[in-house]
Design a protein around this ligand. Sequence first.
Ligand SMILES: Cc1ncc(COP(=O)(O)O)c(C=O)c1O
Length: 395
Amino acid sequence: MKIPIARTSLTESEINSVLEPLRSGWLVQGPKVQEFEGKWSVFTGAEHSIAVTSCTTALYLSLAALGFGPGDEAIVPAFTWISTANVVEHLGGKVVFCDIDLNTFNIDTSQIEEKITSRTKAILPVHLFGLAADINPIKQIAATYGLWVVEDAACGFGARYHGHHVGTQGDTGCFSFHPRKAITTGEGGMITTHNAALAEKLRQLRDHGAAVSDLQRHIGARPYLLADHPDAGYNQRMTDLQAALGSAQMDRAGEIIEERQSLAECYDQAFAKLSWLQTPVKLAQHEHSFQSYPCLFQPERAKAAAISRKTDEIKAINEARNAWMDQLQQHGISTRPATHAVHMLSFYQQKYRIKPDDFPNAFAANDCSISLPLFHGMTAKERDFVIATVCKARF
Ligand SMILES: Cc1ncc(COP(=O)(O)O)c(C=O)c1O
């Protein structure tokens, strides 16, 4: 049996939905984009949703629209996908890394305040793997110091915090529709915000800075006149082919999340007895949507090594984890590190002269985490094979 880390699962009607724009001839940022944005707002509770080409462009546009620029600093968790940091670089800013909590893999909010300087403009909390970051203290710090909060909710679809969908508590929320996410459009992203003026600016910036979109112009009184461009914007428009696919999947959003949660529940129960594997934590007031199933291998050892900054010990656990990943791969089960520690990647390590143990929890997460296959559409046979194979391992 071959079990991938994730597998795209689309119904026939979702696949056929792509034909609609092909037949109508409206292919870019038209009625299907508007429909997808509408469904996204209803599902998340955001007042405005703006579809773009990826989560990375969503993050970039959010910071650009807020006014983040050269010399400004942004606080970014050290364990996240590289693009959370890259967008800060692309705008000429400085990335200020903050360590994470090894129980949740999310930013350690107790370390944020000490990173703030007179140049800090934004905090970019990341809701990793479907678990909300602890956004209340982050909002409080941001209010105290007058900072923007741009939520990286790339993996956050369906994740809730105190009843609120992630991506609706900061200035903006940024989502990804890459195929490893629960809702996919191939590539694609969405920005959410409650701020009408900011939404307007974002809509303009994604569309070359145009004051009026093609769709507005076409349904307006004088469709033959071109719009003004108050900004030198970008082309970050979503196609209607992508939006049709996203919109069709939204009709079973609840089902998709429930299926993922129920797979995770089976894993949780089966792995509860394995002291050498930390499964995703269950936190009060958090609804986990399981974009993936990130675990920590040999958690007690990894946490102790992180606290005492024992690099060799983390490396030893890393070797054991990799050997286990090899074994799983030989059984046909694909795994991955949960994500990467950005401060350990060459560009950031060299530019900012950072050592892995400057952010020891992110270092440990990088070297000792492992995500097991979890995706909606996974069969009971696949799930049980993963469970049986993991439970057979001895450490
Ligand atoms: C935390 C996080 N942020 C940003 C991104 C970038 O998303 P995209 O590929 O849609 O640009 C990802 C992608 O996996 C991610 O996991």
